[in-house]
Design a binder for this molecule. Structure first.
Ligand code: ADP
Ligand code: MG
Length: 276
C-alpha cells in the first residue's frame, strides 16, 4: 500500500525520526489556517506548499512551491489544489491534486552549508535481506545518479534478525562526509529510520532529500513509504491511510472481490486469488 508524503512522515515521526513538520489541507482556507498554526508551532516564516499525490518528481511538475507570506500560501494553494499534476512519474494526463501539505521551511541560512542526501531502506530480494541505499547526491533524480555516477551510490545489506550495528551506522555517516554534531545526528537518524521501517512492516522507505540544515540537524524533507500489504492484518490503524482515489479503479474493484489483479499495458492483466 502506497502512502502520501504527509502520512509517511506521520509514521516516521511516530518512531522518533526527525521530519520537516507540516499540516495537510484540502482547501485554500484550511491551508491558511495550517500555515498560521505551523508558525505558532515551529516559528517558520516561510512555507513549502506540496501537492499530495502518489508520484514523485512533484517539484519538476510545479507541485512543490515556496510561499513567503500568508497571502502567497492562499494564492499558491488555490493554484495547486484541483490541478492535474504532471510529473516524470505520472501518465501524460497527470494526477488530480486533492490535498496539499503546508510544510515548514528548513532551508534557512546559517553557520554551516545546507546539504541534501538520498536515503532509502528496502527489501533486497536477491540477498533476502533488508538494504539501505544512500548517496551524497540527494534532492535530484536518483536514477540519473545511478546511470551517470554509480560510484556515488552506496548500499549496505542488513540481516533482519541482527539489525544494524553502531559501527555500520557510523560508516554510513562517514561515507556521507559528515563530522561532529551532524555525524551523531545522522547516526540517530539512520537508527530510528531503520527501526521505523522494520516495525511498520514496510517494503520501501525512500527519503529524498534527507537534509542537513545550516544548524546541523538531520531531517526527512520528503517521504515515499510503501507498507507491505501482507502485513496489514498486523496494522489495523494503517488501513485507514489507503487513498483509493490514487489507485487503479479496476484493481480496487478486483480487491473487493477477493482477487489480486495487476493491470498491465494493452489488454493484458495478471490475476490471482488470495485469502484474507
Ligand atoms: P518531489 O521529490 O516529489 O519533487 P520533494 O519533497 O523532494 O518533492 O521536494 C522537491 C524539492 O523541493 C526538494 O528536493 C528541495 O530541494 C525543494 N524544497 C523542499 N522544501 C524546500 C524549502 N523549504 N526551501 C527550498 N526548497 C525546498
Ligand atoms: Mg523528493
Amino acid at each position: 500500500m502506497n502512502l502520501h508524503e504527509y502520512q509517511g512522515k506521520q509514521i516516521l515521526n511516530s518512531f522518533g525520526v526527525n521530519i520537516q513538520r507540516g499540516i495537510v489541507a484540502s482547501t485554500a482556507d484550511e491551508a491558511v489556517a495550517a500555515a498560521k498554526k505551523l508558525t505558532e508551532d515551529t516559528g517558520t516564516s516561510w512555507y513549502v506548499i506540496k501537492a499530495q499525490v502518489h508520484a514523485g518528481g512533484r517539484g519538476k511538475g510545479g507541485g512543490v512551491k515556496v510561499a513567503k507570506s500568508i497571502d502567497e500560501v492562499r494564492e499558491i494553494s488555490s493554484e495547486i489544489i484541483g490541478m492535474n499534476l504532471v510529473t516524470p512519474q505520472t501518465s501524460v494526463e497527470g494526477k488530480k491534486v486533492h490535498q496539499v501539505l503546508i510544510a515548514e521551511d528548513v532551508y534557512y541560512p546559517g553557520a554551516s552549508e545546507i546539504q541534501e542526501f538520498y536515503m532509502s531502506v528496502l527489501l533486497n530480494r536477491q540477498s533476502s535481506k533488508n538494504m539501505i541505499m544512500y548517496s551524497t547526491e540527494g534532492g535530484v533524480d536518483i536514477e540519473s545518479v545511478a546511470e551517470n555516477t554509480p560510484d556515488l551510490i552506496h548500499t549496505i545489506d542488513i540481516d533482519p534478525d541482527s539489525g544494524l550495528s553502531d559501527q555500520e551506522i557510523s560508516v554510513i555517516a562517514d561515507n556521507l562526509g559528515l563530522s561532529g554534531n551532524a555525524h551523531s545526528e545522522m547516526m540517530e537518524f539512520v537508527k530510528s529510520l531503520y527501526n521505523a521501517y522494520s516495525k511498520s512492516d514496510s517494503s520501501l522507505f525512500e527519503i529524498n532529500p534527507v537534509i542537513k540544515t545550516s544548524d546541523d540537524k538531520i531531517l526527512a524533507v520528503d517521504a515515499k513509504v510503501t507498507i507491505d500489504d501482507n502485513s496489514l492484518f498486523r496494522h489495523q490503524d494503517y488501513l485507514e491511510l489507503r487513498d483509493i482515489r490514487e489507485e487503479n479503479p479496476i484493481e480496487v474493484e478486483a480487491k473487493k472481490a477477493g482477487l489480486n489483479y495487476v493491470d498491465l499495458d494493452g489488454n493484458v492483466g495478471c490475476m490471482a486469488n488470495f485469502q484474507e
